[in-house]
Design a protein around this ligand. Sequence first.
Ligand code: GLY
Length: 416
Amino acid sequence: MPILSHALPVRTAKTFIRDLSLGLGLGLALAGGAAQAAPADEPLADMIDRDLKVAAAQYGAMLAKVQDKPGFPRTLENGQVKLVPWRDWTSGFFPGSLWYLYEATNDAKWRAAAVDYTARMAPVKFDKTQHDLGFMLGASYGHGYRLTRDPSYRDALLAGATTLVTRFNPKVASIQSWDLWPNSTWQFPVIVDNMMNLELLTWAARTAGEPYYREVALTHADTTLKNHFRPDGSSYHLVDYDPKTGAIRGRVTVQGNADASAWARGQSWGLYGFTMMYRETKKPEYLAQAQRIAAFYMQHPRLPADKIPYWDFDDPAIPNAPRDSSSAAITASALLELANFSDPERARAYRDFATAQLRSLSSPAYLAAPGENGNFLLKHATGHKPAKSEIDVPINYADYYFLEALLRLKATLPGR
Ligand code: GLY
C-alpha cells in the first residue's frame, strides 16, 4: 500500500508554514538453487495468516529483547541483533514493520511500540547529510500519519521533505544521493535507490499545497529515467554528474558485482520507484519503465525456479552465489501495485509472479520458525556483498517489504 498517498486534504502554503514551524519547534544455504519447495497448495489467506502469526511471535520476542536499549534492529551479526542509530538509512523499517503489524491485527500493543520507535526517529527530519529521508520517515512517520492522523506526524514529514529538497541541484536535475566520501572521485552521485525517496515529496506537495516538492520529484525521476537505464531495462547503480554542468561523469556500481551488472535490489528499487511515481503522477513513461524492469527481472534466465534472485543477476559464481530475499520482497510488493495499473494479461502475470515469490518467502527455506533468525522474519538477504557485509543474513527491510506485500496480497483476496 502507498505509505503516504491516501486521500489527504490539500493544504495552503500558509498552513504549511504554520505546520512546519510547529514541527521545527520540536550463509549460502541456498546456493545452487537448493531451496525447499514452497507449499504451492496452501490457500493464500491461510498462508498470509500463518505468516502474520510468525511475524507477531518474532517481533514480540524482538521487542522484549531490544526495547530497553537505544537503537533500531537492522540485522544479525555474530549471532546478535545489530542495533543501529536513527541516522542509519534502515532505521525506519523496524517502526514500519510495527505499524504494519498494528494495521494487520488492530492490537494496541503494536501501536504503542510503533509510536515509541517512531518517536525515537525525531532528529531524522533535519538531517541534511543523506537522501534516505523518504525511506526513513515514510516507513515510520508516514504509516503513523496514515493510520492515526496525528498532526505531529504530518509536521515531521513536511519538515523532512523541506530538508530533502536541499539536496536538489537544478543543473543536474537530481537530488544528490550521498555526500562525498573521503578520497572518492565522484562529484554528484545519484543511485537508483533514490527513486524510493520521492514519495515523501509528492505527498508533501499535495499536503502542503507546495508544487515545488512535486517538481523536484518529477525532475529527479525524469533524469533517472534518462540516464540510469540500459536498453534491456536493467539499471546502473550509480550515475555520477558534474554538479556545475550536469554532464555525466560515469556510470558505476557500489553494491553490485560490476559496473555493467544488474544488482538485484537495485532493479527492485527501480521497479518499485517507477511504479510508485506512476501512481503519483500518471505519467505513461513511468509505467512503461516499471513494466520494462518487471520484464527484465521476471524473464531473467538466471532467476532461480523459486523466483528469489541471486544478489546480482550477473555474479559469475551463479549458481553458487547468495540470494537476496529483500529484493524478492520489494519486487513482490511492487508487482502487486503495478498489476493495478496494467492491462489484464500483464496484471495476471505480475500477480502470479508476486504470489509465487511470496509462497517461496513463506516456506521454511526463507521464513524463520519462531525463535530462529534472531527474531527477524526472513532469512537469506544480502546487503552489501562487495564490502563483505550482510551476506545471507536477515535484514530489517526484507521483513518490512515482506509484510507490506502480504498486506497488499491480502487486499486482493475475495471477501477482504
Ligand atoms: N539503499 C541501499 C541498499 O539498498 O542497500
